[in-house]
Each structure stands twice: as C-alpha cells, then as structure tokens.
Design a protein around this ligand. Structure first.
Ligand code: PFF
Ligand code: NA
Length: 453
C-alpha cells in the first residue's frame, strides 16, 4: 500500500515507542530547565508563550518527525534523503538530518554534565553530606560540587558510560528494555513526590508566579527562549524523535502517540514548577538563580521536612532516570547512522560516538572549574552548547521540517503516514504550512531586533 521501506529494527511491544519517546521528552528539560527559565523570564508570561509554542509548533513538528522517520525507516540523514527522493527532490534536504544529528550530539554533551549533578546530589544525600545545611550554604555547596574537575568529570563520565552501555545493547535489548522499567518507576516516584509536596503546604506564591500573566514581563529574549524550549522539551529537531519514529510499527497512530507524549511532557514540567517555586518563595530565595536553581532550592526544602533525606533520595533517583532515558535518545541518531549507513557494528559505532561525546562533554564540564575563564562573548562552552542548539539549531531545523512537509513532499506521503480524517489533515497542514513557520520566523526576526512587537 505504501512506499515505506522495510525496517531493520522495530519496537517489540505495543508500548515500546510511547515509553521510549516519553522517556526522551521527559527529562532535565522539564524538571531542571523549565523551572529556572520560568524564573529568569518572569513567570506566567513565559509559561503562556511556551504553551502556545508547544501547541502551534511542537505538536505539528513532532508529527512530521515521526512520519519522516517511519516513512524513511532510517537515521535522520537517510530517512529524510529517502523521503525527499520519493518526492523527486534532491538529497540536499538531508542536510536537515545532519543538523538534527549534530544538534542531539551537542545537547548531550552538556546534558551529561547536568545529569552528573543529579547523580552527585543523590550521592550527597545518601552519604549524609547535605544534613544540617541552611539557605546560605546551598550556593556554596553547589559551587564546591562544581569546583573539582575530577569529581565533576567523574560524574558526567559515569552518566556517559551508562548511556553508552544501554545504547550499545541495541534498540530492543538496550533502549526498549531500559525504558520499560525506568518509565513506570519514574511515574511511581513522581506520584510519591507530589503527594509529599502537597503535605508541605504553601503553594500560593508558587502558583501565582507560574500562572499570573503579566504582559509587561514578556521580552523578545523570553519569546525566543520559549520557542527554543518547546523544541528542547519535546526532543525535536535533534534526531531523537525521528530516529525513534523509524522503529515505529506500521499500524501505530502517529497523532495519538504525539499527543500522549506532548501532554505527559507538559504535565511533568508544570508539576516540577509547582514543586519548586513554593519552596523558593517560602525561603526568600531568588527565582532567577539560573541553572543552579533546582540544586539549591529543593535540597533545602527537603531538609526542613520529615523524612526529608528519604524523599530527597527518591527525587534524585527519579531525576537521574529521567536524564538517562533522554540521554540515550540523543545519541541514538548518530549510532543508527554509523550502523545503518556506514555499516559499522553497533558496538563500534557506540564506542566511536562515545569518545567524541566524552571529549565535548569534558569541555562543557570544565566551564565550571578549570575553564572558568575560557569564554567567548561572555559565554562558556557549556552555555554556548545550550545557546546554539536551543536558540538556533532546533528552531531552524523545525522550520526546515515544516517547510519540507508542508510544501515540498508529495501530499500522499503524510496522508498515509498520519492517517488523519480530512478535516484533521487540513488543520495539520495549515499549522505546518503557515502557523509553525511564521511563528518560528516571527520569533527569530523579533529577536534580531528587526521588528518591534
Ligand atoms: N527532551 C529532553 C528534556 O526535556 O530533558 C531533552 C532532549 C532529549 C533534547 C532528546 C533533545 C533530544 F534529542
Ligand atoms: Na522535556
């Protein structure tokens, strides 16, 4: 019926894709990045724009990516090239796949550093290192945690090794098997944490901060950040979702899975905000503390609560798992490409990609200690990797995919991949052709200062 390729790998279980894709989406972006960005960009105004970006851009683009992956049955580069060829278009479109693959790789190189923070705080918790610390100590503890390159590098190396071990075992035996116990585990731990947070009281200020919309607080900078974060949090334009989509069975519904993943991701981000901001305000801390926010505020709150250490340990186990199920998805595109297209065995591909990853992540890690002075235009390697990927590569990649699906590819391709009703399809096409590209471009242009919104 369709011109779909024969897949090399497929998810084994009915839940394989959903678990893996939700595992990819739900991660540090939700629990670490979303709260601190909301803090920096002024609360509710940022949240509202972010939600609009998820709806208008994130969801339509996710459907494109899964569709491209399943149709082309390959890594981003190969899948996009095949689907473009099928429409009589040149291989130049596969540059989009290159950018996505590179983007996932770059994100992973700073992501393992943050995941390393989570592991090291878990260790601090179980070894009693945080007992008795007070508000004023938290910043110093966080600074000390980052000051020693051997310790910090050790933790990020550990994260890298775990990630590579899972990916090296393959799509079914590695990725699918690990998400099939980590994801249910995370849900249970999250439920426990929410119950515990409710007992702690004091939601008022936090809720206000997250949901009270002050238009005056909305800046161009915040707009672009919200757009970038919508891509980041849904794992878009970085090869992950497209590659996972390439293992999706023929009969699975792309629209339904997309909504499931996007809703789960949004709920976790909002819940993380609700868990963190009440604590910040209750202790007179600064919501705009930046990347250290999560690691300074939460431990403090737990200190003051009954059985705090137990729940803090549960929290950091959950955060570490969330990070791992995302990390594996970021390197899968590269490994799949080396394996399928270059004929390199999965193990060798994983090792090779792993070495390059380790070098780049070490550079990111050194931003916090030895390389404190190594900045370009005021930004460290860590900040640059984050900035380039979220502000440029992901929005540009998303724009490219929207244009590809909306105007370049034969209509029949997405008609059969998405399998939507006529009205639904028309709506999707309208979003992909006009709303998503214009949204992305407006945000870009505004941020370049060419226009006054
Ligand atoms: N979506 C992940 C998060 O929110 O933490 C981050 C991420 C995963 C980005 C995979 C990109 C990616 F390819
Ligand atoms: Na996310």
């Amino acid at each position: 019926m369709t011109a779909r390729q024969q897949p090399k790998n497929l998810w084994l279980g009915r839940w394989g894709f959903i678990l893996a894709a939700t595992g990819s989406a739900v991660g540090l972006g939700n629990i670490w990045k979303f709260p601190y960005m909301t803090g920096e960009y002024g609360g509710g105004a940022f949240v509202l724009v972010y939600l609009a970006c998820i709806l208008a851009v994130g969801i339509p683009v996710m459907m494109i990516e899964i569709g491209l992956g399943r149709r082309g049955r390959g890594s981003p580069i190969d899948a996009i090239r095949r689907v473009a060829r099928e429409s009589g278009r040149g291989g130049l479109w596969s540059l989009l796949g290159w950018m996505a693959m590179l983007c996932g790789f770059m994100i992973l190189s700073f992501y393992v550093v943050v995941a390393g923070w989570s592991f090291s705080y878990l260790w601090k918790t179980v070894s009693g290192g945080l007992v008795g610390s007070e508000v004023g100590d938290m910043a110093a503890i966080f600074a000390a945690n980052n000051a020693d390159p051997w310790a910090l590098g050790g933790w990020s190396t550990l994260v890298t090794l775990i990630t590579l071990t899972i990916v090296g075992k393959g799509v079914q035996q590695g990725i699918e098997k690990s998400v099939s116990w980590m994801m249910p585990g995370m849900v249970i731990m999250l439920a426990i944490m929410i119950g515990y947070a409710m007992l702690s009281g004091g939601f008022g200020d936090g809720v206000d901060f997250l949901f009270s919309f002050e238009i005056g607080k909305l800046t161009s900078e915040g707009l672009l950040a919200a757009m970038g974060h919508a891509f980041f949090t849904l794992s878009l334009a970085s090869g992950a979702i497209l590659t996972y989509g390439s293992y999706l069975p023929d009969n699975a519904s792309i629209a339904r899975t997309t909504f499931t993943v996007a809703i789960a991701d949004t709920l976790v981000a909002l819940m993380a905000g609700l868990a963190i901001f009440p604590v910040i305000f209750a202790n007179g801390m600064d919501p705009a503390a930046g990347p250290g926010l999560l690691f300074m505020s939460l431990p403090l709150a737990f200190q003051a609560m009954p059985f705090g250490s137990v729940f803090m340990a549960i929290f950091f186990v959950m955060l570490s798992m969330a990070a791992l199920t995302s990390a594996i998805s970021m390197i899968e595109a590269t490994v799949a490409w080396l394996n399928e297209s270059k004929g390199i065995s999965r193990i060798k591909a994983t090792c090779g990609a792993g070495i390059v990853l380790w070098l780049l992540s070490t550079l990111a890690m050194l931003s916090f200690n030895l390389g404190a002075d190594w900045t370009i235009a005021g930004k460290h390697a860590f900040d640059w990797l984050d900035y380039l990927t979220s502000r440029f590569m992901m929005p540009l990649g998303g724009l490219g995919m929207a244009l590809l699906a909306g105007f370049v590819l034969r209509h029949e391709i997405f008609r059969s991949e998405l399998g939507l009703s006529n009205t639904q399809h028309a709506l999707w096409l309208f979003m992909v052709r006009y709303v998503s590209p214009l949204g992305i471009m407006l945000v870009f242009i505004d941020s370049l200062g060419l226009m006054d919104l």
